[in-house]
Structure formats: C-alpha cells, structure tokens
Design a protein around this ligand. Sequence first.
Ligand code: FEO
Ligand code: CA
Ligand code: CA
Ligand code: CA
Length: 632
Amino acid sequence: MKDTNITHDELSFDEFDEINSPRTEDPQFDAVVDAAISRRGFLSGVLTFGAGTFVMGTSSLVNVAEAATDRFGFKQVAASTDDTISVPEGYKWDMLVKWGDPLWSDAPEFDEATRGTAASQLRAFGDNNDGMSMFAIGNRHVLVANNEYTNRPIIYGNRDSKLPETPDDVAKGKAAHGVTVAEVHKVGENWEVIKDSPLNRRITADTPMELTGPAAGHDLLKTSADPSGTQSLGTWNNCGNGETPWGTYLACEENFNGYFSSSDKEMELPQRFKRYGIGHDDWGYNWAMTDERFDISKNPNEPNRAGYVVEIDPTDPTSTPKKRTALGRFKHENADVVVAPNGKIVVYMGDDERGEFLYRYVSNGYYAEGGDTEDLLTDGILYAAKFTDDQRGEWLALTPETTGLSQAEICIHTRQAASIVGATTMDRPEWVTHNPTQIEAYVALTNNKNRGVKPNKGGDATPVDGPNPRAENKYGQILRWVPDMQDHANDAFSWDIFALAGNPDVHDDEYAGSPNINSGNMFNSPDGISFDSKGLLWIQTDGKYSNEGDFAGMGNNQMLVGDPATGEIRRFLVGPKEAEITGIAWSADRKTAFVGVQHPGEKGNSHFPNGGTSVPRSGIVAISRADNQPIG
Ligand code: FEO
Ligand code: CA
Ligand code: CA
Ligand code: CA
C-alpha cells in the first residue's frame, strides 16, 4: 500500500523502495507463516546451542579479551554516537575527497550556500560514494569510486521544497550520480586528489555506454533514440564494485528503478516492471522533467537498459564504458571476480532486495594474462544459488533449457529466470567477497523483515531456512561457502554461517546472535565485505543507528574485522551520525586503507566532516598507522 504521507527524506533508500514499489498479491501468506513458525523452534535450538552445524563451531573461538599478539594488530574501538570517525589507538584518519570537491583546477570549490550547479558538479567528485577500487597504474594511484545516489534534502538544501525545482537542479542531480575516476597521491602525511590529472574523469547518468553480451540488440533494449539496442546513456545508482584481473573496474547498478516515472498515471504496469519495482512514480529525482528516457509511458524499454554491471577502463578516460548484460539484470550489489583453476572467470553477485537471489557467472572462455579479455564478460553462463538445510548447495544454471527463456531474455529478466529454476530466496544479498588465502567466499545478508512473513515480488515463498534462519530478520548474517574440489567454477558447495548479527544485551534467543557476537563488538546489517591480502574479512555496516531498543549499544554504523580461522570479530572504526560505512581499498604499499562514508546526516543530524553548521558531505577517508606499518 502506498503511503503518500511518507517522503524519501525520512526513510532510507530501501525503506522508500519497499513503500513505493508496486507489489504482487500475497496469496501464500498463511502457508509461508506456518512454515516459518514450525521450523523456527528447530533452528533456534541449533543456533543457540549448536555444535558447529549451521554457525561455525564455538570451540575454535578465541577469547575476545584481546591478546597482545593476534592477527588484528589493533584494540577494539568502542561503539559511539559521535558525529565523527573513531579509529583504534595508534591509527589516524584524514579526508581524501568529499562530495563536490573539484577534480580540475578550472572548477570552483564546493559552495555551501548553493551546494553547486550542474556545471560545477560535472567537474567535481560525485555524491554518496559507495564501492571503490584503487588501481596501481605504473607508479600512479588511480581511485575509481561509485557515486550511488543523492539525498535530496542535502543536495537541494538550497531550495525551500528540498526538491529539484529547475532543469539545472535535475542536471546537477544526474551529474552527482555515476562514477568518479581521480588520480591521487600522498603529499607529506596526507593523500590528495591530483587536480587536472589526464586520468581524471566523471561518468554520469548521461555518459554514452555500449550494451554488450547476449541481450545487446534485442528488441527489449531498443528505444526511439537507439533503434539498434546497443548504445545507452549513463549509469546510476552504482552500489558496490568489482575489479577484473585485467585491470578494469566494475560498477554495479542497484536501485535503478527509482529514477523512472510515468506521465500517464493510468499506464498498466506489466509484471516484468513490478518485479523490479518500476512504477508510476520515481523516488523524487524528477529526471523525467528534462529527459523523456525516464518516462516509461513514452519509453517503456528504457528500464531494460539499466540494472547491469558496467565495465570501465581506468587507464583510458576516452574509453566507452560497457554494460555487461551477460552478468544479468537485477539490483546488482557488487561483483566479486575470481579466476578458477582452469582459467575460467567466475563472478559472484548479490541481488539486494528482500527475498531475491545470489548469483554466479562462469565464463565460457579462459583468462590468460595479456590475452584477449573481451569475451570473458560477454560469453558465459549465469547461475542462481540453491541452499539445502544439510549445509550443502548447488548453482542452478539459467539456460534456455532450464528456464524456457531465450538467452537474451535470461539476461534481461534474470529474476524471473532464477524464480523458474527454484533458487533460494535470500535475506537481501549485499557484497560477496572471496578469501585470497584459501578457497572460500562470503556474502553479507543484510536483513529481511519479510523473512517468513511474505513472498518476494515474484511470489516466491520466503520460509525460514538454513542460510536465512530467523523470521523477520532485523540484524542480518554473513554466510560463507566452500566450493567442492577447491574450484569456484564447481557447481556444488558446502556452507555455514560465519556470523549471525544480534544483540546479546537485549535478547537471549536467536536474536542474541552467534557466539562470536558480544556486547563489545555487536552490530547490525552487514553490507560491504572485503578480504585483505592477509585473509582478514573487513565488514562494513548499513544498519539502524538509533542506539535504542533492539539496537541499543551498537551506536553509529561501523567497520569491523573478522578472522575466518577463529571466528573472532573486532570493531575497527565507527562512522559519523546517520552515515553508512561502505567501500574499501588499499594503497599499493598497504599502509593506507581508504574507506567510504556515505550519506552522513541522511535524516538531518550531521555536519560531517567540517563540523559547525556546515553541509554534511559524503566522502572517502584515508586511514594509516602512526608507526607507518601496513594495515591490510
Ligand atoms: Fe547500495 Fe545494497 O546497497
Ligand atoms: Ca550496500
Ligand atoms: Ca545496505
Ligand atoms: Ca547505501
């Protein structure tokens, strides 16, 4: 049901989607709840007292009282609600770059009063940075960062309506989205953007892109502006990221639906729109005001040209980004690339929506250093994960034979294809990451208030099950799997839960969390996860920061480090108010960790990083050790 009294200003991005998305009917409601309740008792026993069945065994957990020597090398940071960054004793942080900082010397500094114009934003770092990579190109450091979205009350804080009011306002918003490429270097103690570097580039919602892979040229991708179905404009809502072994960047289009609207409010919405949350109204961006591409009654195929993984070459600012339809169309979180033992390219990907799926892509061709890589992300097979309660799972191929859809349709209507084969509905798959020191992969399942309550938008049931073991899951969990035969291209795997987030101060049932969660390190809604070179798992959160009730004692969103060998988790960083911590990258010498701070003050209560009465600005911080030793 649509509640028109609630605006995006008061809600997180996904809360808004939940309220405003067209939804399917709910005929299976009672059956799903029955299934959830009957199994809940069984699973809660396992989770609380289990001997290493679903959650990792407690016997290997080290005492969390910190030993002087351990793999972490830092003392835990306390939870905090301060409007700043907290890092461990012996570490320091600085801002590298913030929303609106110019990338070229001909662009003005950020204007607090106007919050910029379309012209200034096109020449400046975008808003709400998310996934990022740091490429070493020769002896240069080149940062590539997603600029996921904008908070309208902040970017349009100069307008009484807090909305885009003019065509220039809309253009400013479009320019604040996309991807930023910026060369950076260390000057004395601090990292800085190199203004005017020939590698600096802004990619926005209007940058020409090529559509590649099985869906390219299909009728569903053709529009009046592009009758070939092979050229599209722009990328937006880029969430997490990936990197290929051949040195390119992958930007992942997530909540692409929130930018489309219909000037014809009577327009019938097909199920293929409803599945992706495409409706009559956008989320307040009003891009259709100046660009008919975003009016679905005039251009009904335009939404089919978004929701992909986009490959970008950071070494060539004139290169055309390529949308890789072979990797499927859904609300892409990130893209974790691994090379299988035989050289095939494996890409793990989450679809971040309640009850959607976990995916894998396996190339048909083989990677060889220095070889031709063009076909590796255009020609391959997509799979969706099916988990069973015996801690086993398999990757179900999405092919014309298994789905009854053409190869192009599988790449465009990927959610429907995965529903057809009976993949497991998940608790909002966010980032996937693989351990570089042993053959295993992890996914953050951030939370899912609908688990055991109602089906996903395709009508697939969401019973409480092994990898999604709690009804109305408010805290999230981190799941891991080990592929059979030590091969990420193998179709079978075993799984367990690395951490069930929870609050042991408030709950004594399964909501207390797994044994490696305690009063000192508790958190909710794991989202960004990434391994460092030593095989430690960095965990970033995008959760509730009320610090009350179920979330008492957790403070602001944070970043922790987990040790896969012992299960121990220790808090490394706490972010400012009303922010999420997302995106991590390292300098070539591993002495600096770059960490993203997104949407500080999304509900109006932060002045990070400049303090006083300044406009809150998302940005990237550089963290290093006072003794100049490597971090990750
Ligand atoms: Fe943009 Fe699923 O986070
Ligand atoms: Ca995320
Ligand atoms: Ca999230
Ligand atoms: Ca986010």
